[in-house]
Ligand binder design. Structure first.
Ligand SMILES: Nc1ncnc2c1ncn2[C@@H]1O[C@H](COP(=O)(O)OP(=O)(O)OP(=O)(O)O)[C@@H](O)[C@H]1O
Ligand SMILES: Nc1nc(=O)c2ncn([C@H]3C[C@H](O)[C@@H](CO)O3)c2[nH]1
Length: 207
């Protein structure tokens, strides 16, 4: 049987993933899976000292997302029901490859594959691509204290990492539909027509 639509919204920090996923969930009446941010005990520490806290942080994200993915599969995918998420578990590799080094990176890679290789993954990805200025403006607008001094080189690198990751996902999983949204020009928050266009596109794909 063809897998039910499993939609993931992706993009670098502050691109608007949670915003778009929440708007689509409401419009299309879909259950939504959201990233755990506030209860993350390592995030603030990580932004203070990335080298010291990266492994703990990446493992925390991975364990949480693994649990959420397992639940998503049993509760929705196995039952043939569509679902939307404000991330793709692959983002663990995008961040892990960037923040970890040496043996920790290798161990983390292996754990990622052991945990996730046999699980269904999103079959539709909405990739919000945005430049540094747009991301910094949105991060500032959201105002999370621990993101205040965000290293622009880190963010700029992540923008490139996301581009590379989407290109390699397109090769690794050719059946996954990846829709790239120009997050600088397309404003689904302020412009209802832009949002309607995205909704029509998704509805077509879900038929
Ligand atoms: N298209 C948009 N136009 C203007 N503001 C936006 C747009 N999309 C999101 N925002 C605002 O930008 C901020 C970041 O959005 P959001 O939290 O959805 O990003 P995110 O990609 O989920 O972030 P993170 O990577 O940290 O999880 C929020 O304050 C949100 O209201
Ligand atoms: N290092 C690292 N690895 C991840 O897997 C990851 N996922 C999200 N984040 C950061 C981005 C936002 O600040 C905040 C909310 O998305 O958490 C991550 N940081």
């Amino acid at each position: 049987m063809k897998q039910a639509p499993f939609i993931a919204v992706e993009g670098p920090i502050g691109a608007g993933k949670t915003t778009l996923a929440s708007m689509l969930a409401e419009e299309l009446n879909l259950p939504i899976i959201k990233e755990i941010v506030d209860e993350n005990p390592f995030l603030a520490k990580f932004y203070e000292n990335m080298d010291d806290w990266s492994f703990q942080l990446e493992m925390f994200f991975l364990c949480n997302r693994y649990k959420q993915l397992e639940d998503t599969v049993t509760q929705y995918i196995d039952k043939g029901n569509p679902v939307i998420s404000d991330y793709h578990i692959y983002k663990n590799l995008i961040f892990g490859e960037r923040t970890l080094n040496g043996t920790k990176r290798e161990k983390y890679r292996q754990i990622y594959h052991v945990l996730t290789d046999d699980l269904p993954k999103p079959n539709i990805i909405l990739y919000i691509k945005a430049n540094l200025d747009t991301l910094l403006t949105r991060i500032e607008k959201r105002g999370r204290p621990f993101e205040e001094g965000m290293d622009t080189a880190y963010l700029e690198q992540l923008i490139k990492d996301y581009d590379d990751a989407m290109a390699s996902l397109a090769i690794q999983e050719p059946s996954t539909v990846i829709i790239t949204i120009d997050g600088n020009a397309v404003d689904f928050v302020e412009n209802p027509e832009h949002f309607t266009e995205i909704v029509s596109y998704i509805k077509e794909l879900m038929k």
